[in-house]
Design a binder for this molecule. Structure first.
Ligand code: SF4
Ligand code: SF4
Length: 172
């Protein structure tokens, strides 16, 4: 059982983009001040594979990213993420990294959610997301992912009441 995002989709305001830019400038400055920034690069965790991966993908799609509301205008982007992105894209300077993110902000996104949370889901690919985003599972999904049972047919229930949605029964 997982939650479900029911927020309205609204245009992303220029003020929100300004906040994101400001956040990234602070993070990039902090990264520049580090002695060995390459050692602080956060790992790029792979997507969960196999049946568990299919369950997670189905759950997050049905939920439509309820947990992304915590991303606000910072998307959990920190020095570790910037160090990882900088290492993978050596040709980019700080300004280009800033542009890389700002250009990905969708025109329309869910109200009071992460600035990258658009109607098609997260506008950042995995390599640009924070480690928080790449590793987080909400309560219900975490229980499933760590339970070790990937042989039982599984159905996802997202949300409650009239807005509740269920997935088909997924079979390993
Ligand atoms: S981790 Fe949980 S809350 Fe977050 S998108 Fe997936 S199902 Fe929804
Ligand atoms: S960056 Fe993507 S995955 Fe992370 S909180 Fe924002 S929309 Fe969600």
């Amino acid at each position: 059982m997982v939650p479900r995002n029911e927020k309205a989709a609204v245009p992303i305001s220029p003020e929100r983009v300004r906040q994101l830019r400001k956040h990234l400038v602070v993070v990039l400055r902090a990264l520049r001040r580090m002695k060995n920034p390459e050692y602080s690069a956060s790992p790029l965790r792979p997507e969960p594979k196999g049946f568990a991966g299919r369950v997670a993908h189905t759950a997050c799609s049905l939920c439509k990213g309820s947990c992304c509301e915590n991303g606000k205008n910072h998307a959990f982007l920190d020095e570790g993420t910037m160090a990882r992105v900088g290492r993978a894209r050596l040709a980019l300077d700080g300004r280009a990294v800033l542009r890389l993110y700002v250009e990905r902000v969708p025109e329309v996104g869910y109200k009071d959610s992460c600035i990258f949370h658009g109607k098609q889901g997260c506008a950042l690919d995995r390599s640009l997301r924070s480690d928080v985003c790449n590793s987080y599972f909400c309560g219900g999904l975490q229980v499933y992912m760590t339970g070790g049972d990937t042989v039982t047919p599984t159905m996802i229930i997202a949300g409650v009441g009239e807005k509740m949605r269920t997935s088909p029964i997924l079979v390993p």
